[in-house]
Design a protein around this ligand. Sequence first.
Ligand code: ZN
Length: 245
Amino acid sequence: MRVLIIADVHGNLPALEAVLADAGPVDEIWSLGDLVGYGPHPNEVVQLLRSLPFRSLAGNHDWGATGQADLAVFNADARAACQWTDQTLEQETREYLMGLDTSSVFGSVHVAHGSPREPLWEYLTNVRLAEINFGYFGTQVCLVGHTHVPITFRWHEGVRGIGAFSASVPNDKDDIDPEADRLIFNPGSVGQPRDGDPRAAYACYEPATGRFTFHRVAYDIAATQAAMRVAGLPERLAFRLLYGS
Ligand code: ZN
């Protein structure tokens, strides 16, 4: 069995299609939330994924685009994109997004959009925050998204004091093996990377071995930008895709 792990697709259909093609055959697809918001293809993204063996969590933008979160907490561009998405969502897509849980256990892996402690909103950006969050889930591994920055936090088995917790940034094709450690792993963003690499990021997971593989794949950024401009989405959101920022 092979599972495709995606996060923060954000309505970017060309990026999602590139990831699906690059990953090849998989048995399941797990999404860590933010299927919509920012990008120009919210309905198309949800419909394509729902035609496959797929399950997802809710992200903060999924809530923002469906009237479940106060848009005042978003910055101006994100708020404008949430409002555009709200007006663009078809009823079936809206109902699907509104039915998503904010955290869950998929297989034997805890999953949350932001963090296990605060599933919709917390950004797990450093080891100190990760250390606290290891207390908020019971499985060996937790998968998160939300920051759009790939990172692995590791709680080293048998190590105490300084060195018990570490963070590392995965590169394309890197293997991530928990061994006896506990992990919080963020596979990065499919539809709006923010780590300076504009390529779509994703991971594959093999439940039999517990191992993950991290991947990057180029996609047709110009096609997404063109669709964003036609939709009238904020220019800064189209521009940033080129820089992965
Ligand atoms: Zn996001």
